[in-house]
Write a protein that binds this ligand. Structure first.
Ligand code: ADP
Ligand code: ASP
Ligand code: MG
Length: 474
């Protein structure tokens, strides 16, 4: 069996036209003899709106919450009506959509009375995004001749009980995939399921964290030993920088697992940070593809990438970070001091991105989050603590930085006009990162991109597309 997992992001299912394109892409894979499993996100922006409805309800604004839900109901109904013509199928789909929205409205009403939004209720509310989109996509595919079977993702993806950022349980997922998906595949059916949503061992709904549908795709691919895992999105692949920041970014044709994981971790939104792990476990290539430009070959993520003549493959930016400066005279290097500092971050479940030390101080960077005042209060027993938000971490990634002399000088020369707060070159030697003010981030990326991607290696980067783009402007 030539099994391929195809994950489509929010923009690839945002409206009827997008779902039609997605159906054609999947039908094409079936026609070429592949057995796809399809994983879809919620329609674009739906997760944000569901979270807004939840927040409104929790603030006691029942009418506001129900108004958001009612707009979402209309959007899902309208999209379905455009896609499904068969009368019986259309009626069944409307009934299904209405049933889900009725249930959602009940939760929102209850929440507006209780006014306490727990992570568990939040997951229950956002899960409707993927539960709805997967049903609409299944009906639309079916009408276009794809032999589909809708599968509730919560029956396949099993996680621990950390609501909102649940950790997948690989063995349980493998078992469930064999039970729920393999028999359908054996019958030649195309299973369609929502990404992002899962359930804990008691069957309560959990989610994998924002952007988590990519991870669902990778988990299913790994559990079923797929040939490839395809991540279909709204850009041509992994680019040399976020094209929204740097319009002349180039497509990276091929990149290693290690580099892609580093980019994702350091903010390249195109992949959820945990996506690569399940693929590495089974050595399954991951392809990043554009559902609006299906002919483009995208980016291939594999275990060993070919040598590249340019030091870097791509530049990522992680925003909304805070630097915490901890100053403690003499004590710092004393035995056990650092572990006490990290224990505080651990206690508040706050991940540290970057650390730099001097004799009397240690600076750390963390995602800005609500626990910062509590963390600062706990640390104040150990030292003087200052924290400063609105920082961004720029991360340059490439395996070919290894052993190159003078790279750091070139990097800092390219951004000599920017104030750099912290610098690190990871032990993996495939990234060079530094912390700057968030307001300087876009400009810094563009300067670095101009400096390092002037003469890109045509074996690794799609230089043709850039030439065509420039020609179209002249
Ligand atoms: P989806 O909804 O398909 O999961 P996302 O919005 O999560 O899509 O991710 C795609 C977006 O990631 C792109 O539109 C782009 O703006 C952003 N992005 C950030 N960094 C990169 C990069 N290095 N290469 C490609 N896209 C990037
Ligand atoms: N719908 C979820 C989100 O917006 C998951 C995803 O799209 O990957 O975060
Ligand atoms: Mg995404």
């Amino acid at each position: 069996m030539k099994l391929v997992v195809m994950k489509f992001g929010g923009t690839s299912v945002e409206d009827a036209a997008a779902i039609e394109r997605t159906a054609a892409i999947v039908a094409g894979r079936v026609a070429s003899g592949k057995n796809p499993v399809v994983v879809v996100s919620a329609m674009a922006k739906v997760t944000d709106q569901l979270l807004r409805a939840a927040a409104a309800a929790a603030a006691g604004d029942r009418i506001g919450a129900l108004a958001i839900s009612s707009r979402l109901r209309a959007r899902h109904r309208d999209t379905s009506a455009e896609l499904v013509n068969d009368e019986a199928a259309a009626a069944a789909l409307v009934q299904l959509i209405d049933g889900k929205f009725d249930a959602l409205d009940e939760v929102l009403r209850g929440l507006s009375a209780i006014r306490e939004l727990t992570p568990r209720i939040s997951d229950q509310i956002v899960s409707y995004g993927e539960r709805l989109s997967s049903q609409i996509v299944a009906a639309a595919f079916s009408e276009r001749g794809v032999d589909v079977s809708h599968v509730d993702a919560r029956q396949v993806i099993v996680t621990n009980s950390e609501f909102q950022k649940a950790v997948p349980l690989d063995d349980a997922i493998e078992k469930r995939a064999a039970e729920k998906l393999s028999p359908l595949l054996a019958q030649g059916k195309v299973p369609i399921m929502g990404g992002f949503i899962a359930s804990n061992e008691e069957g309560l709904t959990t989610t994998l964290g924002r952007g988590g549908s990519d991870l669902t795709g990778a988990l299913v691919g790994s559990a079923l030993n797929a040939e490839t895992i395809e991540i279909w999105t709204d850009v041509d692949g992994i680019m040399t920088a976020d094209p929204r920041v740097c319009p002349d970014a180039l497509r990276v044709k091929v990149i290693s697992f290690e580099e892609a994981a580093e980019l994702a971790y350091f903010g390249a939104k195109v992949l959820h940070p945990a996506t690569i792990l399940p693929a590495v476990k089974k050595n399954i290539p991951v392809l990043v593809l554009n559902s609006r430009n299906a002919g483009c070959e995208g980016t291939r993520i594999i275990s060993v990438a070919p040598h590249c003549n340019s030091p870097f493959k791509s530049i990522a930016v992680k925003r909304k970070l805070t630097i915490i400066d901890i100053v403690a005279s003499r004590m710092l290097m004393s035995h056990g001091y650092m572990s006490k500092v990290f224990a505080v971050f651990d206690k508040h479940k706050c991940a540290v991105d970057m650390v730099s030390t001097s004799e009397v101080s240690v600076s750390l960077s963390v995602d800005s989050n609500a626990s910062l005042p509590a963390i600062a209060a706990d640390l104040s027993g150990l030292a003087d603590v200052k924290y400063e938000g609105k920082k961004a971490l720029v991360c340059m990634v490439g395996e070919d930085i290894r052993g190159q002399n003078g790279i750091a000088a070139q990097v800092f020369n390219a951004i000599r006009h920017v104030n750099v707060r912290m610098i690190s070159q990871g032990a993996s030697e495939i990234n060079m990162s530094f912390m700057i003010e968030e307001d300087d981030a876009d400009e810094a990326v563009r300067s670095l991109h101009a400096a390092f991607f002037k003469e890109p290696d045509p074996e690794i980067f799609d230089v043709e597309a850039r030439k065509q783009l420039l020609a179209s402007f002249s």
